[in-house]
Design a binder for this molecule. Structure first.
Ligand code: NAD
Length: 373
């Protein structure tokens, strides 16, 4: 197996965390994941049976995951939950609603609560799940403020439960290849990063456009991928940020909900990252420019079909990785961390870092001044 394949296998093969900045380099310690007991998979309860749960997470738990399965449902819609229970073979006793959710503490079928709710509900359900003695996988963005992130981390620590943030691209081979090329300086030192993430948002009544539920706009929802890419390619934490924000549709985008944000991160080594986030148009590329060449993924963050390539002079080489179900990989990895008591590569602290930087980006856009981090 060549070096590149070995790196990717370690990153994805349910092994030790690989690309979280402090953990990069530890990938050789990857251990083969072992189920908790022969034939026993960890039980996951999904909180929020919306689009992501329906189209990505539940199908992955039903068909792809090796170390975990769907054993619980939390929903405000009893009929929907019942239909899901039948479809996925979840016992009706394992259906909860938002009022009786805390009773989940008495249910040994459920090891992990996966919070897939609007952003402003992440903190409450993470904390309640931890108090109920469950491990927590929480969707991105982790929360809507750093204070909430702190409370979530503290609750999981106090309960001695693990907390992971569902950054699925940490389990995606093309994105991992960007990290490898940057860390190994294959084309010399990375100098400039460009990272863009956006889509055209539809229904103006959805929670993503309601600040009370979303905590912000495109940056919190999709621009966070550009921020993540800048950080994992750079391999260091930004020291300052400047930003500009634009709203071209004031009917759809109310105060506090950004339509598009451009932001520049400055890293201590001098690397600059130029990033874009938008709810007005499709943006889908992460690219690194190094001393002697470049490497990129485009599309960068689709659920399927991510493609990457690298170039030097006139030579361009396409990456060639087998597709991976990001959600299955992240859930199996978290299960492995629980079963084998390992640290997740995407802990609450990683979500908190993004939250802190996003707050600084909003502050920089509002003030027109650079904000130190
Ligand atoms: P969605 O609107 O499709 O689903 C939200 C769910 O929350 C629904 O089941 C809804 O009934 C429930 N809910 C409970 N209380 C609610 C309230 N007060 N208002 C609105 N809905 C309420 O949203 P989604 O696209 O599934 O997103 C859920 C979470 O997943 C978000 O945090 C989002 O950022 C994240 N997400 C992550 C990815 C990814 O690739 N990792 C992709 C999409 C969404």
């Amino acid at each position: 197996m060549n070096e590149r394949r070995g790196f990717i296998k370690d990153c994805l093969g349910l092994g030790l965390a690989a690309w979280s900045i402090p953990l990069l380099g530890a990938q050789n310690a990857a251990a083969q994941a072992k189920p908790a007991a022969p034939g026993k998979k960890l039980g996951f309860a999904l909180v929020g049976l919306g689009s992501l749960s329906e189209k990505q997470i539940a199908p992955a738990l039903a068909a792809t995951t090796k170390l975990c399965k769907l054993t619980g449902l939390v929903s405000g819609h009893p009929d929907k939950a019942k239909a899901w229970a039948q479809k996925y073979g979840v016992p009706e006793k394992n259906i909860y609603n938002y009022q009786n959710f805390d009773d989940i503490k008495n249910n040994p079928d459920i090891d992990v609560v996966y919070v897939v709710l609007p952003n402003s509900m992440h903190a409450e359900y993470t904390i309640r799940a931890a108090k109920a003695g469950k491990h927590v996988l929480c969707e991105k963005p982790m929360a809507v403020s750093v204070k909430e992130c702190d409370a979530m981390i503290a609750a999981c620590n106090a309960a001695k439960r693990k907390l992971a943030i569902a950054y699925r691209l940490h389990f995606e081979p093309n994105n991992l290849e960007l990290v490898r090329l940057a860390r190994e300086k294959t084309y010399g030192t990375v100098k400039v990063i460009e990272a863009s993430a956006g889509f055209h948002i539809g229904d103006p009544k959805q929670w993503r456009l309601d600040k009370a539920l979303s905590g912000g706009g495109s940056l919190m929802d999709i621009g966070i991928y550009a921020l993540q890419a800048a950080r994992y390619i750079a391999g260091e934490e930004p020291k300052s940020v400047t930003a500009k924000m634009s709203i071209t549709d004031p009917v759809k985008f109310k105060p506090g909900v950004d339509e598009s944000v451009l932001f520049t991160l400055e890293f201590p080594s001098g690397v600059l990252a130029n990033c874009a986030s938008s709810y007005a148009t499709g943006l889908n590329r992460f690219r690194a420019g190094a001393e002697r060449g470049w490497f990129e993924v485009e599309p960068a963050l689709n659920y399927v079909g991510i493609k990457g390539r690298r170039g030097e002079g006139g030579n361009v080489t396409e990456f060639d990785f087998a597709p991976v179900d990001h959600f299955a990989a992240e859930m199996d990895d978290f299960s492995d961390c629980i079963i084998n008591d390992k640290q997740t590569r995407v802990p609450g602290e990683e979500g908190r870092r993004d939250q802190r930087i996003m707050a600084a980006i909003y502050q920089a856009a509002a003030s027109g001044k650079a904000v130190a981090l």
